[in-house]
Design a protein around this ligand. Structure first.
Ligand code: IVH
Length: 663
C-alpha cells in the first residue's frame, strides 16, 4: 500500500471509530489502538504534506482564528417552531391540521426539544463544506472551522449523498457544562448562565481551538435541500438515513404515536423524565411523520404547520434573599453565595444560589431582603435570574463588596484586567490551604478517612501543616494537641494517613488539584505515564497525543509541574513514602492467552470496562474477528462481527456467559 492509499484507509477507519465512540458511545477499539491509528496518520501526513485533505481527522482543529464570521445565505429559510404550553393547545393544533388533511391517518413523532443552538451543515459529495448559524433565518454566519471541531459531526458522510443540508442543534451535555463552568470560574472568568449560552458562546468563538475543547455535540432534527437520494417517505426514514451517514439523531429518544390523546399522555410522562436525559431540554417537539402529509400542510411565514413545540414550564421560583456570604475557593477566588429563604423549585428545595462574582451582584442590582427569581438549569446550584423590584419595601440593604479576603484580611486582586473574579493571592491564606487540603484528602482523591474540614481547619490555624506533604510528616502527638482528640482517634487518623500512601498515581494526580485535571483525566494520565517522574517531564506536545487531552489541559499540566514548589512538594511526598506509580491491575490471569471480541450493546458494563476487565485478567481484546479469536461476546443487536464469527466457527457467548467467566 502506498502512502496515499494508507492515508485514505486510515481516514476512513478513524472516521468510523469516531462515529462509534462519539455518536454511538460504543467504541470498538481501545484508546491506545485509536491513538496508534491517529499517530500513524499524523506521521504519514507530516512526511507527505501534499496529501493532507480537509476531511482528515487531523484537520478538525485549524490553527488560525478568524476576525469576523462571513455571512452565508441558507438554501431554504431556517424556520422556527410554534410554541404550545398546554394539552389544550396541542389539541387545537391537531384540530387545525386535521381540517387540512381530513381523510388521512396521522402518525405523530414526539422527540426532545434540545435546548441548544440551531446549526446547518452542508455536505457536498459527502464532504462537510459549510457549517452555519441560523442568524435571521435567511442569512447565518459561516462557522465551519468551529463546527469541524465537534466530534459528533462527520467530516465525510458514510453514505453516498451528492448534496445534503442537515439542520440540528449544537448543545453541551449537563455534566460537561458543569465541568466547563467550574474551569471557567477557576480561571477567573464569567461562567455561562446555562448550557444553551455555553453552546452558543463556544460555537461563536473566533478561535476554533477554544471551541474544540468545549465538548459540544450535534444532533440532527431537520434539513434544508437534499439532492440525489431516493426520497424518504417519513421523518423517521430521514433520521435513519442520517444515522447511516454517520450523524447523531434523536432516534434513541423518539416515540411514534398514533393518537393525539396518547401524544398528550406521553408529553406528561416525558416531562417527568426530563432530568434523566444527559442534556437540557426545554420541551418536546411533535412532528407529523409522513413527508407527503408534511408537504400538504406546508408552512406559515415563520414555522412549519406539521410540527409544534410543547414547551415545559421553566424550573423557576421566587423567594427572598436573606444574606450574602463569601466563599474562598481552592484557587483563592471569592465567590458570593446567596442564602435564600428555602423554596421548592423543580422538585428540589433550594436555600442557596450562586452569585458567581461581584459583577453579578452589580448586574442584578440585588440587595439583602429582595424578592428574587431563581432558576435551576443544567447544574445543581441554582442561580438568581432577576430581582422583582415591585416587591421592594424600602428595607432592603445594599450588599457590601469586600476589598479584602474575608478569611485572611489581605487585599484581593484581579489577576488580569479582563477577569471578573477577585482573588486572594496570599499563598498562606488559610481558606485556600484548607480547601486544597480537604480536596487532597477526600474520598475520590487520597481517601484519608477522618481528615475532614474540622481537623484541617485546626491543623492549618495552628500552623501545623501548610501543604500536602506536611500531612505525611504529622505525628500522633500532633493530633493529641487538637480539640477533642484522644489516643484512639489520633491513632486511627495516623493509620488512615499511612494507608493513603499506597493510593495509585491516578488518585494522587487528582488530589494535587492541577487545574483542568479532574478524576477522569487523572486516570488517563496515570495509565499512560505509569509514574509521576515520566509525567513531570512530559511536554505539551506529548500530552496532546492523548486522545482526550486538548491544549488547555496539556498546558495546565506542564505549567503545574514546572513550578519549583511542585517539584519540592513531589520530592517531599516521595521521601515520606507516598506511592507515585500506577500499577495496571494485577490478579489471577484467568483469561491468559485468550482473545475476546465484543459486539452489540452490553447491559451490565460498558464496552470499555469489559475490555479493561479482559486485559486485567491477562486476556487480549481485539476489534476484529479472525481465526485467532477465542470468544465473541455478543450483546444486543450484534453487528457484522457476529456473522463473521459464525462463518469462521468462532465461539459466540452471551454477556451473562462472559460475566460468569470473569466472576
Ligand atoms: S424541528 C422548521 N426538532 O428549536 C423548524 N427543532 O424553537 C424545524 N429545536 O429552531 C425544527 N430541538 O433549533 C426541531 N427536536 C427538534 C428540536 C428543534 C430543538 C430547536 C430548533 C428550532 C427551535 C425552535
Amino acid at each position: 500500500m502506498n502512502a496515499k492509499q494508507e492515508i485514505e484507509s486510515l481516514k476512513k477507519e478513524i472516521g468510523h471509530h469516531d462515529y462509534l465512540y462519539y455518536v454511538l458511545a460504543q467504541p470498538d477499539i481501545s484508546d491506545t489502538e485509536y491513538d496508534k491509528l491517529m499517530g500513524r496518520l499524523k506521521e504519514l501526513e507530516k512526511n507527505n504534506p501534499e496529501l493532507i485533505t480537509d476531511d482528515s481527522p487531523t484537520q478538525r482543529v485549524s490553527g488560525e482564528a478568524v476576525k469576523d464570521f462571513e455571512t452565508v445565505k441558507h438554501s431554504t429559510s431556517m424556520l422556527s417552531l410554534d410554541n404550545t404550553y398546554s394539552s389544550e393547545e396541542i389539541l387545537e393544533w391537531d384540530t387545525r391540521i386535521r381540517k387540512m388533511i381530513p381523510n388521512d391517518v396521522i402518525e405523530y413523532v414526539v422527540e426532545p426539544k434540545i435546548d441548544g443552538v440551531s446549526c446547518a451543515l452542508t455536505y457536498k459529495n459527502k464532504l462537510l463544506m459549510l457549517g452555519a448559524t441560523r442568524g435571521d433565518g435567511d442569512n447565518g454566519e459561516n462557522i465551519t472551522l468551529n463546527v469541524k471541531t465537534i466530534k459528533t459531526i462527520p467530516l465525510k458522510l458514510l453514505t453516498d449523498i451528492p448534496f445534503l443540508e442537515v439542520r440540528g442543534e449544537v448543545y453541551i451535555e449537563k455534566n460537561d457544562f458543569k465541568e466547563l463552568n467550574k474551569n471557567i470560574i477557576e480561571d477567573g472568568q464569567q461562567p455561562f448562565a446555562n448550557p444553551r449560552n455555553a453552546a452558543a458562546g463556544s460555537l461563536r468563538q473566533k478561535n476554533p481551538r477554544i471551541t474544540s475543547e468545549r465538548k459540544l455535540k450535534f444532533i440532527v432534527h431537520s434539513h434544508g435541500n437534499i439532492e440525489g437520494v431516493e426520497e424518504f417517505k417519513t421523518y423517521i426514514e430521514f433520521l435513519k438515513l442520517c444515522k447511516k451517514s454517520g450523524l447523531s439523531t434523536t432516534l434513541r429518544n423518539i416515540n411514534i404515536v398514533k393518537k393525539i390523546e396518547d401524544v398528550i399522555v406521553l408529553c406528561d410522562k416525558l416531562e417527568k423524565e426530563r432530568e434523566e436525559l444527559p442534556y437540557e431540554i426545554d420541551g418536546l417537539v411533535v412532528k407529523i411523520n409522513s413527508i407527503s402529509q408534511q408537504q400538504k400542510l406546508g408552512f406559515t411565514m415563520k414555522s412549519p404547520r406539521w410540527a409544534i413545540a410543547y414547551k415545559f414550564p421553566a424550573k423557576q421560583a421566587t423567594t427572598k434573599l436573606i444574606n450574602v456570604t463569601m466563599q474562598v475557593g481552592r484557587t483563592g477566588i471569592l465567590t458570593p453565595v446567596a442564602e435564600l429563604e428555602p423554596v421548592e423549585c423543580g422538585g428540589v428545595v433550594i436555600s442557596r444560589a450562586t452569585l458567581h462574582n461581584f459583577d453579578e451582584i452589580e448586574r442584578l442590582g440585588i440587595r439583602t431582603g429582595d424578592t428574587v427569581l431563581i432558576e435551576r438549569a443544567g447544574e445543581v446550584i441554582p442561580k438568581i435570574i432577576k430581582v422583582i423590584e415591585s416587591k421592594r419595601t424600602g428595607n432592603e440593604k445594599k450588599i457590601k463588596i469586600p476589598k479584602e479576603c474575608p478569611v485572611c484580611n489581605q487585599s484581593i486582586v484581579k489577576e488580569k484586567e479582563e477577569e471578573v473574579a477577585w482573588r486572594c493571592i496570599n499563598p498562606s491564606c488559610p481558606a485556600q490551604i484548607e480547601r486544597g487540603l480537604t480536596h487532597f484528602a477526600k474520598r475520590e482523591a487520597m481517601d484519608i478517612e477522618g481528615f475532614g474540614d474540622a481537623i484541617v481547619e485546626q491543623l492549618v490555624s495552628k500552623k501545623m501543616i501548610s501543604d500536602f506533604a506536611d500531612i505525611y510528616y504529622l505525628k500522633k502527638d500532633d493530633f493529641l494537641k487538637l480539640d477533642l482528640f484522644k489516643d484512639k482517634k489520633a491513632q486511627n487518623i495516623i493509620e488512615a494517613i499511612a494507608k493513603s500512601k499506597s493510593r495509585p498515581l491516578s488518585r494522587l494526580l487528582f488530589a494535587l488539584g492541577i487545574r483542568n485535571v479532574g478524576e477522569k483525566a487523572a486516570i488517563i494520565l496515570a495509565e499512560r505515564y505509569l509514574t509521576i517522574d515520566k509525567l513531570v517531564n512530559a511536554t505539551v506536545e506529548d500530552l496532546q497525543k492523548i486522545h482526550e487531552v486538548g491544549p488547555v489541559v496539556a498546558e495546565s499540566i506542564v505549567k503545574f509541574f514546572n513550578q519549583p514548589e511542585t517539584q519540592k512538594l513531589i520530592e517531599r511526598l516521595k521521601k515520606a513514602g507516598v506511592n507515585i506509580k500506577e500499577e495496571l491491575k494485577k490478579g489471577p490471569k484467568i483469561l491468559e492467552g485468550k482473545t475476546f471480541v465484543f459486539t452489540g450493546e452490553l447491559k451490565n458494563l460498558s464496552r470499555t470496562d469489559a475490555e479493561a476487565k479482559v486485559r486485567e485478567l491477562g486476556g487480549n481484546d481485539s476489534s476484529s474477528v479472525s481465526q485467532k479469536t477465542d470468544f465473541v461476546v455478543a450483546g444486543d443487536n450484534p453487528g457484522s462481527k457476529y456473522k463473521k464469527a459464525q462463518k469462521l466457527g468462532v465461539k459466540i457467548i452471551s454477556e451473562t456467559d462472559f460475566l460468569n467467566m470473569i466472576k
